[in-house]
Write a protein that binds this ligand. Structure first.
Ligand code: PLP
Length: 453
């Protein structure tokens, strides 16, 4: 291994980053993050930066927890690897399946594992198709999701995502994937004078219209994120999920909650579907299950879906080398126990979420902020030129980019999608760290306003 080399030069010479315009990155050079602790990340110049995004929405328990380091090391020594094919199991995967089944909504207690959110999504798609084949309805294959949804970047995940920029260049989406609009985001998509309730019903009706257009006999499932995440942090309007659930039941369409971001305490409950009061048939989860310390994902099925699969004469010919990896499962178990022990999905979580949401609201008075919104420890703000008319800066996205850069320079990570800025801090964040984070954000907004003036 080469030593003492310039990391930026090495990276630029050999590394193709995810979701990156490469020639731009190679001209500018990447940021190098070298270590992290609690809610802070540090770059190679020892700048201390508050990670307002918990990595990529995943480090729920915060960085550098010794308990997780210890359990990973112990498990590597005891059982560094074994697979779950050929009728074998390990104590780690069996205990984790049991623990997750305890947290999921009633009935969603049959769990299969993968390593990434995208793998969980691919798994869900295959199991949905397999289920309908077993039920003698092989024509039920269409999957409906939402415009601007994000469901991963494998061939199937990108097809299901409602983001054309990830599709066209790869000749996606595949057939069978359909998208309903508008996204359920009142601020951006409601018509003048439309009530939140009417808007919620219009968004849900777009799904019903899509089911009817395709023919209910051809529709396998509707997939949604309880709070839409990576495509633009969008909170469902009041009543939206109940109406979606009603429509899915009416047309015998499976309801799929993609909990990859919302799971494990992010919205205040263990899962987003619990926060929003609906019960899916199938759930996908990743990220917060291990707080990002090691890769692990899971797909949970209810009895309706699981029974035919369990009783089938055919083999469920699906799985991965690393399904239920012992080290990942051991870390997930300890991580979930810690979330419990620290009350982060409970009293303490509720208390710190209230504090966070109150602080977020204080940004409403900033001249650039058109809207703030949030739930649990998720938050977003919209940057606008004119608060009354919601007019944006030209070109679209330039204000978000400027703000994101000022945030980083001011010592806080916020993510920008277009001109919306997101926050998703570790659940362990304290009141004083929240104060510090919002002081840095306000400074970044002031600097952005000056730059755009
Ligand atoms: N589903 C949702 C809702 C996500 O937010 C993501 C990632 O952000 C994924 C799936 C894909 O997860 P991964 O990046 O681990 O493949």
């Amino acid at each position: 291994m080469k030593t003492n080399l310039d990391i930026k030069a090495l990276d630029s010479a050999h590394h193709l980053h995810p979701f990156t315009t490469h020639h731009e990155l190679r001209e500018q050079g990447p940021r190098v993050i070298t270590h992290a602790d609690g809610v802070y990340i540090y770059d190679e110049d020892e700048n201390q930066i508050i990670d307002g995004m918990a990595g990529l929405w995943c480090v729920n328990i915060g960085y550098g927890r010794q308990e997780l380091v210890d359990v990973a090391a112990e498990t590597m020594k005891t059982l560094s690897y074994y697979n779950l094919f050929f009728q074998t199991t390990t104590p780690y995967v069996a205990k984790l399946a049991d623990l997750i089944a305890e947290k999921t909504p009633e009935g969603l207690d049959q769990i299969t594992f993968g390593s990434s959110g995208s793998e969980a999504v691919d798994t869900a798609i295959k199991l949905i198709w397999y289920y309908w084949n077993l039920e003698g309805k092989p024509e039920k294959k269409a999957i409906i999701s939402r415009e601007r949804a994000y469901h991963g970047s494998t061939v199937a995940g990108a097809s299901m995502s409602g983001l054309p920029f990830m599709q066209g260049i790869f000749d996606l989406p595949l057939p069978r994937f359909h998208h309903a609009g508008p996204p359920p985001h009142y601020y951006e998509y409601a018509k003048d004078g439309e009530s939140e309730h009417d808007f919620a019903m219009r968004c849900a009706k777009a799904v019903e219209d899509k089911i009817l257009e395709l023919g209910p006999e051809n529709v396998a499932a509707f997939a949604g994120e309880p709070v839409m995440g990576a495509g633009g942090l969008m909170l469902p309007p009041e009543g939206y999920w109940q109406e979606i659930e009603r429509i899915c039941r009416k047309y015998d369409v499976l309801l799929w909650s993609d909990e990859v971001i919302c799971g494990f305490g992010r919205t205040g409950e263990w899962f987003g579907c619990q926060t929003y009061g609906f019960t899916p048939d199938i759930m996908t989860m990743a990220k917060g299950v291990t707080s990002g310390y090691v890769p692990l994902s899971a797909t949970a099925l209810n009895k309706r879906m699981a029974d035919p699969i369990i009783n089938a004469d055919t083999e469920m010919a699906h799985g991965f080398t690393y399904s239920g990896h012992p080290v990942a499962c051991a870390v997930a178990i300890r991580n979930i126990e810690l979330l419990d022990e620290l009350g982060l999905v409970g009293e303490r979580g509720a208390e710190i979420s209230r504090y966070f949401q109150d602080k977020l609201k204080t940004l409403d008075d900033h001249p650039l902020v058109g809207e703030t919104r949030g739930v649990g420890l998720l938050g977003a703000l919209e940057i606008v030129k004119n608060k009354e008319t919601k007019e944006r800066f030209d070109p679209a996205g330039s204000a978000g980019l400027a703000c994101r850069n000022h945030c980083f320079q001011s010592g806080v990570v916020m993510r920008a999608v277009g001109d919306a800025m997101f926050l998703c801090p570790p659940l362990v964040i304290s009141e004083s760290e929240i104060d510090e984070m919002f002081a840095r954000i306000r400074k970044a907004l002031d600097l952005t306003a000056k730059e755009l003036d």
